[in-house]
Design a protein around this ligand. Structure first.
Ligand SMILES: Cc1ncc(C[n+]2csc(CCOP(=O)(O)OP(=O)(O)O)c2C)c(N)n1
Length: 682
């Protein structure tokens, strides 16, 4: 028997009405889209309801209010749960968008996407990433609080919640992120873990028998359990206890039923990732005491109650604004910094101390020059924080005269990730999404460990900077496991990524400036372990050319016979080859190409001016895979690249062994010239 709406509003307690509204909205959106994941929203609706209704300090009318609590739905496949909450609590997400769930152009895409939907704090979907982001957000809150709050004058005191699932818990990144959160005693962090014992392929017992409670206790977390997700009071009690915790992050293990209320699919993986089906939707609605034919029904009482969040949020924001005004009057210098963080504006003169490096044949490694440049910027950008995955001394990522961010002392700008590259990647995204400028370092070869998070930084257009050093086979003695070969090229493949491989100290300075100026692009700095000469810029073109991705570094007299394109540490080989070829009467132009992505953004005229199409003899020199260079050298061009894994040995010998010599570049140039000639005469 199905109820009518009036009966339902009087007969059902308001809380239950709201919970079932969340459930049925999610069910209907998935059913209409004929695609999506109804099960988790059905099981978790009571948890979301309690969190949003009784705890969350947010302002739906002002989704970016800086002191709002953050909620990260790490189990991104349960996106309809989040969209239902955002719609019902009054965000600018009309029902018409929910009705277009998973359709092109909808504000309700399949998985939550940062900057598409108001109220979505981060893009989730790849399991485990969201919870790592939440750790970055909690770190940011602690840092902002330590930096800006003054005694009783507090402008930062928000909490970070994450809703996560069995899949999140299984992913390796959750281990790294949770361990660090426990170590740092991030008591502002609360994870609500949906323990429903079902994942995509079936029961989690197929592959998962972790004792999650012991695991998190081992990370020094506060662990609480809610035996029944449908018991609103026990969910509320647990969150309240978590909020009272001052020393540890809290994990609330919530036992729930996937697909709750579906007569044939509850507690089955069939409820996980496909619509319930028209008949099952009806049967489920009957179970909830819902009108079985109503779709996208929001009973007035539920709608009104949940939308009270708007007025509450306005009040919270107004109170905060008043606090902020008083605080800003007393702390004008800090207020200017706060403004910079919130608006993304850099402080006046942030780059005024960036050094210009004098010509020096011996030179220095770009990781070294990078450190000098970074420090010259860091002293003017107080909210530039950095981390390294236990490789600070190798990556040269130390910020001078700064302290470590550590448990109980959260004002330091040096983040220590430990040997946790995956966690670092996800945490950096959470930090960047919180307005701080962040960079993280490890060896370039281990960028693979970070790649999932890097890809998300690109999707989210977050200005994270990666300091990836030891950028070629010139790592030397450590051998092939530590020598990147395919990395630079494969990172170039990620849309929106700026991969910059500077050739000398002055190119490194411009590269760092670009990274810091960036608002919408992650930047990868591929830096050398070994010294590279600092070029004499009175003889060669200005390093400002890096801004265009590629530039004519050294031209020939008259039309060149061949163009030599170099990146990073191999530019010097191209320069020396140019001289050798000149001695033999061959005119070569040298192009420095530190960043493909920026070059691609230039006008056709500019590109033609650097790489004239009439000059078809070309050689690219890069100690990485040659695959892809055809784009710039063409079919008649040649690549001095690294086809196979490297080798263990002194760097100079490894380089020579694999053909990174001036002679080899000269030989390839001649070959390319010969190929062009032969095709011309045919
Ligand atoms: C990194 C990653 N691997 C695989 C998937 C595909 N996937 C989406 S949901 C899911 C199962 C998740 O089960 P659980 O987290 O328990 O969610 P529930 O079944 O409770 O909705 C899988 C494997 C993914 N989204 N991300």
């Amino acid at each position: 028997m199905s109820a009518n709406v009036e009966q339902l509003e009087t007969a059902t307690a308001l809380d239950q009405l709201c919970v079932n509204t969340i459930r049925t909205l999610s069910i209907d959106a998935v059913q209409k889209a004929n695609s999506g994941h109804p099960g988790a929203p059905m099981g978790l609706a009571p948890v979301a309801y309690v969190l949003w209704d009784r705890f969350l300090r947010h302002s739906p009318a002002s989704p970016r209010w800086p002191n709002r609590d953050r909620v990260v739905l790490s189990a991104g496949h349960a996106s309809m749960l989040l969209y239902s909450m955002l719609h019902l609590t009054g965000y600018d997400l009309p029902l018409s968008e929910i009705e277009k769930f998973r359709q092109i152009g909808s504000k309700c895409p399949g998985h939550p996407e940062y900057s598409i939907t108001p109220g979505v704090e981060t893009t989730t979907g790849p399991l485990g990433q969201g919870i790592a982001n939440s750790v970055g957000m909690a770190i940011s809150e602690r840092w902002l609080a330590a930096h800006f709050n003054r005694g009783e004058d507090k402008i930062v005191d928000y909490r970070v919640y994450s809703i996560c699932s069995d899949g999140d818990m299984m992913e390796g990144i959750s281990h790294e992120a949770a361990a660090l959160a426990g170590h740092l005693k991030l008591s502002n962090l609360i994870w609500l873990y949906d323990s429903n014992h079902i994942s995509l392929d079936g029961p989690t017992t197929l592959a998962y028998s972790d004792d999650v409670e012991s695991r998190f206790k081992g990370y020094h977390w506060n662990v609480l359990t809610v035996e029944d997700a449908n018991n609103l009071q026990s969910v509320e009690d647990a969150i309240r206890v978590a909020q009272g915790e001052t020393e540890r992050p809290t994990l609330i293990i919530v036992h729930s039923h996937i697909g709750y209320g579906s007569p044939n699919k509850q507690d089955k993986s069939a409820a996980h990732g496909e619509p319930l089906g028209a008949e099952e939707v009806k049967a489920t609605k009957r179970f909830y005491g819902w009108p079985e034919d109503a779709q996208f029904l929001i009973p007035a009482a539920a709608g009104t109650h949940l939308r009270e969040a708007v007025a509450r949020g306005k009040k919270l924001e107004a109170d905060w604004n008043a606090r902020y005004e008083m605080w800003a009057k007393k702390n004008p210098v800090l207020a200017a910094q706060w403004d910079g963080i919130v608006t993304g504006k850099l402080p006046e003169g942030w780059d005024k101390d960036v050094p210009t490096f004098p010509a020096d044949a011996k030179g220095l490694a770009t990781r070294e020059s990078g450190n000098k440049v970074m420090n010259s910027i860091a002293k003017h950008v107080p909210w530039l924080v950095r981390g390294s995955a236990d490789l600070e001394s190798s990556n040269k990522t130390k910020i001078d005269s700064q302290t470590t961010f550590e448990a109980g002392s959260y004002g330091g700008r040096i983040l220590r990730f430990g040997v946790r590259e995956m966690g670092m990647g996800g945490i950096l995204n959470g930090i960047a999404a919180s307005g701080l400028r962040a960079f993280g370092g490890t060896f370039l070869v281990f960028s693979d460990y970070m790649r999932g998070a890097v890809r998300l930084a690109c999707i989210m257009e977050l200005p994270v900077t990666y300091v990836w050093t030891h950028d070629s086979i010139a790592v030397g003695e450590d051998g092939p496991t530590h020598e990147p070969v395919e990395h630079v090229m494969s990172l170039r493949l990620i849309p929106h990524m700026r991969v910059i491989r500077p050739a000398d100290a002055n190119e490194t300075a411009v590269a760092w400036k670009l990274a810091i100026e960036s608002i919408h692009h992650p930047t990868a700095l591929a830096l050398t372990r070994q010294a590279v000469p600092t070029f004499d810029r009175s003889r060669y073109a200005s390093a400002e050319g890096v801004r265009k991705g590629a530039y004519v570094f050294s031209d020939s007299q008259g039309t060149p016979d061949v163009i030599l394109i170099g990146t990073g540490s191999e530019l010097q080989l191209a320069v020396e080859a140019q001289e050798k070829l000149a001695a033999e009467g061959v005119k070569a132009r040298v192009v420095s190409m530190p960043c493909w992505d920026l070059f691609e953004e230039q006008s056709a005229e500019y590109k033609e001016s650097v790489l004239p199409s009439a000059v078809r003899a070309r050689v690219a020199v890069e100690a990485g895979t040659p695959i892809g260079w055809e784009r710039y050298v063409g079919l008649e061009g040649k690549v001095v690249g690294q086809k196979q894994f490297g080798a263990s040995g002194p760097a100079k010998e490894v380089f020579k062994h694999f053909g990174f010599t001036v002679e080899n570049v000269v030989a390839h140039a001649k070959e390319s010239i010969a190929v062009v000639k032969s095709t011309r005469t045919k």
